[in-house]
Ligand binder design. Structure first.
Ligand SMILES: [Zn+2]
Length: 62
């Protein structure tokens, strides 16, 4: 499971940075699954991405 939305930076939430280490993603990004979050009535769930090194260390369960 990726980190919760509340633990992500804006870049990570937008899928522009690795959700684990924060590395800027250029190519070879791997889906890390869905980060879960909500703010009041709003669901903030978003697909997040990982760099290849992190994706290998923490395989996506999906
Ligand atoms: Zn990473």
């Amino acid at each position: 499971m990726p980190p919760p939305v509340s633990a992500l930076t804006r870049e990570q939430y937008a899928g522009r940075a690795c959700c684990w280490c924060g590395t800027r993603l250029w190519r070879g990004a791997v889906s890390a699954g869905i980060a879960r979050g909500r703010q009041g009535a709003h669901v903030l769930d978003a697909e997040v991405w990982a760099c290849p090194a992190c994706a290998e260390a923490r395989p996506c369960p999906v």
